[in-house]
Design a protein around this ligand. Structure first.
Ligand code: SF4
Length: 328
């Protein structure tokens, strides 16, 4: 259910406009599990809403927690399941949302890719992951959103954009990560929004990237980099490159030099180094060159940070989400 459905219903039935504002506030607060609990609304309206509109489209099937990281397996109305993650160890509580059930892109370091693609999530299912967490952690609330869970956000572009229109959090606190769907990067750049965009890069060489991320065969690296410059120059926003350090794959001096050259080519490029998280069924190993990369990148005055990785024990870290890890 989208709040616009309720808004239209209230308008059509001549309810005063403040009722919508009340409902919207209640709905996004995480305080209530259903409309009947909203005691600031007239009883008859609560009952009508309860009868007419399903409150939330996802149901918790399994919940796990490791220190500040929480992961939930959510069942959708057709019985398919997705994972969604909450990270509570920063200034802001961050929700990492899935955009698809499974993923067609089959990146070699990712558990979701090994599931194959089932379907896109609806706008409602995207938003209800936020609502689920707000209810779960009330009275705390989510301060940041990252679309970095299961699926490729730019292959569910319309629903993604629609969901962004409904999220009650500032655009600068919302990040979207793409494996490199070039036409959508251009389209997104042309919207000139304030959202953060991250590119899963992982290698600056076509051949290595193709092996890690088969999508590179369709959207090659040179064209991707051109699109990245276009995005940064059009939006004047920083563009984030995600780079998981993988032993003997992308951690050589040659890789490091190429990364430095790329980052120096645009002042708006920013590098996030991630240590690879182990995925069942993959031979890829985390690199031991993190310190070397850190020292060299610092020396060359590259804008970068090293992303801490949490939630490995519950398979909630980057690249580990899959609702049935037996298949990995
Ligand atoms: S890393 Fe992202 S795009 Fe690649 S297979 Fe996993 S979910 Fe899909």
């Amino acid at each position: 259910m989208l709040l616009t459905d309720i808004k239209n219903f209230l308008l059509e039935n001549n309810y005063p406009s403040f009722r919508y504002k009340q409902i919207e506030k209640n709905y996004n607060s995480g305080r209530y599990n259903n409309f009947l609990e909203m005691s600031d609304l007239p009883k008859d309206l609560r009952e009508i809403l309860n009868e007419k509109f399903p409150y939330i489209s996802v149901v918790e099937d399994k919940f796990q927690s490791e220190l500040g990281t929480k992961k939930a397996l959510l069942k959708l109305s057709d019985g398919l399941e997705i994972e969604t993650v909450l990270m509570d160890y920063d200034q802001w509580i961050t929700a990492c949302l899935s955009t698809q059930v499974g993923c067609s892109l089959n990146c070699q370091f990712c558990a979701t890719g090994k599931m194959g693609f089932k379907r896109n999530l609806t706008t409602e299912e995207l938003l209800d992951q936020i609502r689920y967490w707000n209810i779960k952690i009330y009275p705390k609330y989510i301060g940041r959103i990252v679309f970095m869970g299961m699926g490729e956000p730019f292959l569910n572009y319309d629903n993604l954009l629609e969901s962004l229109n409904h999220i009650d959090i500032g655009a600068r606190k919302i990040s979207i990560s793409t494996a490199g769907i070039i036409p959508k990067i251009i389209e997104f750049a042309n919207l000139k929004t304030q959202y953060n965009l991250a590119i899963s890069l992982h290698s600056v060489f076509q051949k290595t990237r193709e092996e890690l991320m088969p999508i590179t065969k369709t959207y090659n690296l040179d064209e991707l980099i051109k699109a990245c410059h276009y995005y940064a120059n059009t939006t004047n926003r920083q563009l984030f490159f995600e780079y998981a350090l993988i032993k003997n794959v992308n951690d050589s001096q040659k890789d490091l030099d190429a990364v430095i050259n790329l980052l120096k080519s645009n002042k708006l490029f920013y590098l996030n180094i991630i240590t690879l998280n182990p995925v069942k069924g993959s031979n890829l190993q985390p690199s031991d060159k993190l310190k070397l990369f850190e020292t060299e990148l610092t020396k060359k005055h590259i804008n970068f940070s090293i992303r801490r990785s949490f939630g490995q024990k519950i398979d909630a870290a980057c690249g580990q989400l899959a609702y049935n890890t037996d298949i990995c």
